[in-house]
Design a protein around this ligand. Structure first.
Ligand SMILES: Nc1ncnc2c1ncn2[C@@H]1O[C@H](COP(=O)(O)OP(=O)(O)OP(=O)(O)O)[C@@H](O)[C@H]1O
Ligand SMILES: [Mg+2]
Length: 248
């Protein structure tokens, strides 16, 4: 099983939208997929209309309760979810108490390797103990970057953090998100990619009201958008690049 985290230190850059659409596209592409919503905001869980199990997160982290009991089916073939519950706001503190440090998410993902080919982890916007655990566990950290200087700075902070924590900086793979080609800065930064974007994917997701409508339909875009919608096509292109990079 390959594991893909969708992460950025910056909030509101399209992490959950990417996690939901990519997990859907992977599953539709015959890759059995588990989407783990790690953000107490629970956006990914909400889009899929999935409620969490009433279980003590603490007992799952310590291994007393099997992590498999958290899994819920999604309305889609090949796609299951671990929904977020509100206790995830304490996830960081809870993880800190489990030894060895950084290993918990890795250990919790192991039992799923028989059943799924891909785990997608939708992360909250922070560089925390949870992020350490996630970065250590996954094969790739997918970083959505809005073409602005602040968003690029957040990407550089993630890359620096990986180096400082002796984690593999090559795991971080950015892509441009919410690209508005009417804006000259967006055009400049997508046409002349700055060094931080060099290991980035070519596909970029346009700014699109069709993506925003995921909240209206509470579904991945492919469930309601026309098949030639530019944002949907961009997610499909991004999925193919990720699939090749992860050798799925
Ligand atoms: N390509 C896009 N075009 C237009 N709106 C978008 C796009 N991607 C995401 N959005 C909207 O922007 C908002 C933030 O998106 P999303 O929740 O995916 O970001 P996030 O990085 O997961 O945020 P957070 O850091 O809060 O978890 C949402 O309202 C979403 O509908
Ligand atoms: Mg999110």
């Amino acid at each position: 099983m390959k594991a893909l985290a969708v992460h950025n230190l910056k909030g509101g850059v399209g992490k959950s939208a990417a996690a939901v659409n990519l997990a859907y596209l992977a599953a539709a592409n015959d890759v059995p997929t588990l989407l783990w919503d790690l953000d107490p905001q629970g956006a990914a869980s909400w889009y899929f209309r999935v409620q969490p199990e009433d279980l003590k997160t603490k007992s799952v982290l310590s291994g007393q309760t099997p992590v498999g009991r958290l899994v819920k089916p999604s309305p889609y073939r090949n796609l299951d979810l671990i929904p977020a519950d509100f206790t995830y706001r304490y996830l960081d503190i809870m993880l800190k108490k489990v030894e060895p440090p950084r290993e918990t998410v890795s250990r919790l993902l192991k039992p799923f390797s028989e059943q799924y080919a891909l785990a997608v982890l939708d992360c909250p916007p922070s560089l925390s103990h949870l992020a350490d655990n996630v970065f250590n566990a996954v094969d790739m950290i997918l970083v959505p970057v809005v073409p602005t200087f602040l968003s690029l700075r957040a990407l550089e902070q993630v890359q620096d953090y990986l180096r400082a924590e002796k984690l593999d900086p090559k795991k971080a793979r950015p892509f441009y998100s919410m690209v508005d080609r009417r804006r000259s800065l967006h055009r400049e930064l997508t046409e002349h990619r700055p060094p931080a974007m060099q290991r980035g994917f070519q596909a970029s997701i346009p700014y699109s009201s069709m993506v925003e409508r995921m909240g209206q339909h509470r579904a991945p875009m492919a469930a309601y958008a026309p098949s030639d919608d530019p944002a949907l096509l961009a997610y499909a292109e991004l999925w193919l690049e990720i699939k090749a990079a992860l050798k799925l």
